[in-house]
Design a protein around this ligand. Structure first.
Ligand code: PHE
Length: 335
């Protein structure tokens, strides 16, 4: 056989093999085509190879080279066909992801009980026309004491009862011990009438126990207008308490003293058969009105400061304030 005849047979075989592989659409069909072209005993490639002996000795090297090339090309075509058939039929390999399976649900968290309480208090007071005001937690003595009519020698300023912070040599600063600071900030910054609440953290160096924590939250309220009276204060507190505690809550005032209110009271709510103290309140002291540039002859007002943890604890029967700050999910999950 001449070299060109031999090569012609190889080329025809290659073309036929490619066509056969292309036409195979199942693994069985492909296997059949493989055996017929690449089969070790009687595959067509083998049959052509056997005829190499009849090629002239001088041409045998070239014939062998072409044979090897074609073998490789047939093999490549077969492998490409395998990949195609596998991907078309879904293949024998498992797909990496089954998109129809339900996903793994991520555990869902929620707001901290105190944050929930704060949001609810804002809601209730918002309905009574009080807007939310904010102030810094690191305060100067003017807003925490002076403007609130707390004189320089007053025991409330004792370093043992406050967290003074060292932020520079010039001004003594402290973590605010009450949200009453925000009363001053609001009155300084705008003219009356005023009807605000301010909810936030306050700090006192108390030893933590079931009812004390060195940081807790207060809701401050302030209303300034003409002809404001104690009756207005009591009505607002009563409407607030009834909304939050969910019953017709009675409010009791006991005489008390705060430098920034006159008269001053402790406010008790009648709750579950007991009088429970929720905070302090009173009519804004004329000295405070003067300190922010208001005319005490023209306007009056009331203020109150309630403990937010205490409200939340009463409503949800929490008996230890420290639970709010332990971050134990078994506690938090209950809200
Ligand atoms: N600031 C007072 C306290 O922390 C509470 C209070 C606020 C009293 C407003 C009267 C008026 O105890």
């Amino acid at each position: 056989m001449s070299l060109s005849e031999f090569v012609g047979q190889l080329d025809a075989l290659l073309e036929a093999a490619i066509e056969a592989f292309n036409l195979a659409h199942t693994e069985d069909a492909l296997e059949e085509a493989r055996i017929s072209f690449l089969g070790a005993k009687s595959g067509r490639l083998k049959t052509v190879q056997k005829q190499m002996g009849s090629v002239a000795a001088d041409d045998r090297k070239a014939a062998g080279q072409r044979l090897n090339e074609v073998k490789q090309l047939v093999q490549d075509a077969f492998e490409a066909a395998c990949a195609r058939v596998q991907s078309q039929s879904g293949g024998t390999a498992q797909p990496a992801i089954d998109h129809s399976l339900p996903g793994i649900a991520a555990p869902r968290g929620h707001l901290h009980p105190l944050t929930q309480t704060i949001n609810e208090l804002k809601e209730i007071m918002g309905r009574l026309g009080f807007e939310v005001a904010e102030g810094p937690e690191v305060e100067d003595e003017r807003h925490n004491f002076d403007a609130l009519n707390i004189p320089a020698e007053h025991p409330a300023r004792d370093p043992l009862d406050n967290f003074y912070v060292n932020v520079g040599p010039a001004v003594p600063m402290l973590l605010r011990s009450q949200t009453s600071t925000v009363q001053i900030r609001v009155m300084e910054s705008r003219p009356w009438p005023i009807r605000i609440i301010s909810l936030g953290r306050v700090y006192r160096p108390d030893t933590a126990d079931a009812t004390h924590y060195p940081m807790f939250h207060q809701m401050e309220g302030l209303l300034i207008d003409r002809h404001v009276t104690m009756a207005d204060l009591k009505s607002v507190l009563r409407m607030f308490a009834s909304s939050y505690l969910g019953a017709d809550v009675h409010v009791r005032f006991r005489p008390s003293f705060f430098p920034f209110t006159e008269p001053s009271v402790e406010a008790d709510f009648w709750w579950n058969g007991n009088w429970v103290e929720f905070g302090g309140a009173g009519m804004v002291d004329p000295n405070v009105l003067s300190a922010v540039g208001y005319d005490p002859e023209e306007v009056s007002g009331f203020a109150f400061g309630l403990g937010i943890e205490r409200l939340c604890m009463r409503r949800h029967n929490v008996t230890d304030i420290r639970e709010f700050y332990r971050n134990d999910v078994r506690f938090l999950q209950q809200f």
